[in-house]
Design a binder for this molecule. Structure first.
Ligand code: HAM
Length: 419
């Protein structure tokens, strides 16, 4: 017996029943992105490894443990993108996108790759929708991004909790990091081994450890909010005030630090209590230093990205009613001549935008009617030798069972007008 293959661990086939739902989701996301003035960008799925290492940060889980990296034939290390912000910034700099307007607003819907331990809501190839607003430090840009994410969830009727924080900037964060390190030294023995390591490498991440030992030990840790410099503080206040003004509810979460190093000032996450352990619908924030760090002119920016699988899980749980275009018309041919005619007619109708299906298996009238039913076809056109002689088809409305006749030359105009 020949070997049968399975999809690779942590990857998933999307079969037709699901792709229909995904197309619905993606179309809606695209429409809302356009309403907010965001245009789509598509970048290659791999980049030079150092692009991600430098932007996401050497000491992060993503870069340290999760990247799919490989040398190409010229021995350059390449990596399947674990996220898009770095790629978007690379493209923004490379193509001088900033020269075209004072703010560059881009969105993407694309697959990402992280070699994590697969579990519900966590895959090795997963899909994100995301958006980046590059060029302005205005707090309203942060609020526009948050409002856009909120609008996408609202449009699907998804409930969420928005957690928001400021992680400071290169002026104030070092002071906070020092204070936190000092505090953690005093509770060092009670921390998990992972967090003990992080005290040296990526101390802020100790705060969002899910380990109970760490949560207890850091209960009285200093809060970043008390360390923010005047600029970060006023930016954060403005974001909060504007969220209030547009009626978006949030929870201040001063332990929220995010798992990527490029953030400055605003950091936020949309959480769903329908997701289990992997409860983040998505996350984002400001990254005012990243463009300069990747060789561009200094340029502030803010963005957000979210898992589409997680959105789909929540929609499935709440039994969201996906509407999709089902088959409109099924043409039944009863003998060779009428089947040939059905095939030609189907092509003509399809070319005119009418979703039409026919039988290829030479099945009986009954079997073809069953198939039309399964496809939820609205109409069935029946053609046999009698109909061929009269050049008139029997048309059946599936919902009511009503039957009537339409002459062959009038089929297109009839269905075009009932579309
Ligand atoms: P992130 O928090 O790493 O941020 O990922 C954003 C979202 O992608 C997560 O909240 C989750 O919904 C989804 N996600 C991440 N990993 C997986 C996985 N293994 N399986 C399924 N879903 C996953 C970023 O990627 C940043 N680039 C967001 C951003 C954009 N910040 C500024 N602009």
């Amino acid at each position: 017996m020949n070997q049968k293959y399975q999809s690779v661990k942590g990857t998933k086939d999307l079969l037709p029943a699901e792709t229909r739902k995904w197309q619905f989701i993606e179309n809606r996301i695209r429409t809302i992105m356009h309403h907010f003035g965001y245009d789509e960008i598509r970048t290659p799925i791999f980049e030079e490894t150092s692009l991600f290492a430098r932007s996401i940060g050497e000491e992060t889980d993503i870069v340290g443990k999760e990247m799919y990296s490989f040398p190409d034939k010229g021995n350059t290390s390449l990596t399947l993108r674990p996220e898009m912000t770095a790629s978007v910034v690379r493209a923004y700099i490379q193509h001088h996108l900033g020269e075209q307007s004072s703010v560059t607003k881009l969105f993407y819907i694309a697959p990402m790759f992280r070699q994590e331990k697969p579990q519900a809501g966590r895959l090795r190839q997963f899909n994100q929708f995301g958006m980046e607003s590059i060029g302005q430090s205005n707090a309203l840009c942060d609020v526009e991004i948050i409002s856009l994410a909120a609008e996408i969830y609202r449009s699907f009727g998804i409930e969420y909790e928005l957690k928001i924080n400021s992680v400071g900037d290169s002026q104030c964060r070092p002071k906070y990091r020092e204070a936190l390190q000092k505090f953690l030294r005093s509770v060092y023995d009670t921390l998990s081994p992972e967090s003990q390591k992080r005290c040296e490498t990526n101390v802020l991440r100790v705060l969002d450890s899910k380990d109970e030992r760490d949560q207890e030990a850091t209960m009285n840790a200093p809060s970043i909010i008390d360390f923010l410099c005047a600029d970060c503080k006023s930016h954060f206040d403005l974001v909060i005030q504007s969220l209030d003004a547009v009626g978006i509810r949030y929870v201040l979460e001063h332990r929220l630090v995010r798992g990527l190093d490029y953030y400055t000032k605003t950091a936020f996450e949309f959480i769903s209590n329908n997701l289990g352990a992997q409860d983040a619908l998505g996350g984002g924030g400001r990254y005012d230093n990243l463009i300069e760090e990747l060789g561009g002119d200094p340029m502030p920016a803010v963005g957000y990205a979210a898992g589409i699988e997680r959105l789909a899980i929540v929609l499935e749980k709440k039994q969201f009613a996906f509407s999709h275009e089902s088959t409109f018309l099924y043409i039944v041919g009863l003998d060779d001549e009428s089947r040939e005619f059905a095939f030609q007619k189907a092509l003509e109708l399809r070319r005119n935008g009418i979703t039409t299906e026919i039988d290829f298996a030479h099945r009986s009238l009954k079997a073809q009617m069953r198939e039309a039913n399964k496809l939820q076809s609205r109409f069935v056109v029946i053609i046999g030798d009698e109909e061929m002689k009269k050049q008139t088809a029997v048309v059946k409305t599936m919902a009511s069972g009503e039957q009537f006749y339409v002459e062959f030359p009038n089929l297109l105009s009839y269905f075009d007008s009932t579309k």
